[in-house]
Ligand binder design. Structure first.
Ligand code: CA2
Length: 166
């Protein structure tokens, strides 16, 4: 079974309470329930966490190296500032998808830059909570394809070793 860690950054625990015109009306619990529902359909194990602390997010990314196949992360404001989160994502080298509820490229200039996007598989912005579901589907497809590829590549390698051509 594929295992994916989903991380929400600072202030996302306030979703649904304020700034609804930007971030929508759903609470973080609502969003997490839709992620969990889709994960069940896809037969993926998800571990979903939120933190207001950069170091905690870094630790959770590092820990994902053992026991997880990929990461979905909305680093929230740390997207624009955190080299530490970028370095953690690069260090674990797990396929990672960055999600933003709002379209950061249409907003203030300081939100246009993402420290993290350069070390991710992809970035989804501006689609609200649907972005997390697309990220889950995308990561599931990516991981399933790479597992399939590994399975078909392995017997060929074994044959080459047996023939002494490798
Ligand atoms: O659009 C996104 O998902 C963001 O990652 C959200 C961050 C923001 O700093 C990024 O530029 C874009 C902010 C999350 C704060 O969420 C709140 C929710 C309700 C009330 C206040 C803040």
């Amino acid at each position: 079974m594929l295992r994916i860690r989903v991380l929400h950054g600072p202030n996302l625990n306030l979703l649904g309470t304020r700034e609804q015109s930007i971030y929508g009306t759903l609470s973080l619990d609502d969003i997490n329930s839709t992620i969990a529902k889709l994960a069940k359909e896809l037969v993926v194990k998800v571990d979903i966490r939120q933190s207001n602390h950069e170091g905690e997010l870094v630790t959770w990314i590092q820990e994902a190296r053992t026991g997880y196949d990929g990461i979905i992360i909305n680093p929230a404001s740390y997207t624009h500032t955190s080299i530490a989160i970028r370095d953690a994502i690069a260090a674990v080298s797990l396929p990672t998808i960055e999600v933003h509820l709002s379209n950061i490229h249409q907003r203030e200039e300081f939100r246009h830059r993402s420290c993290t996007a350069g070390v991710t598989l992809g970035q989804i912005v501006g689609l609200g909570a649907t972005g997390y579901l697309l990220a889950l589907r995308g990561l599931h497809e990516h991981l399933t394809a790479s597992r399939r590829q590994k399975k078909t590549a392995a017997p060929a390698t074994a044959r080459r070793v047996a023939k002494g051509t490798r």
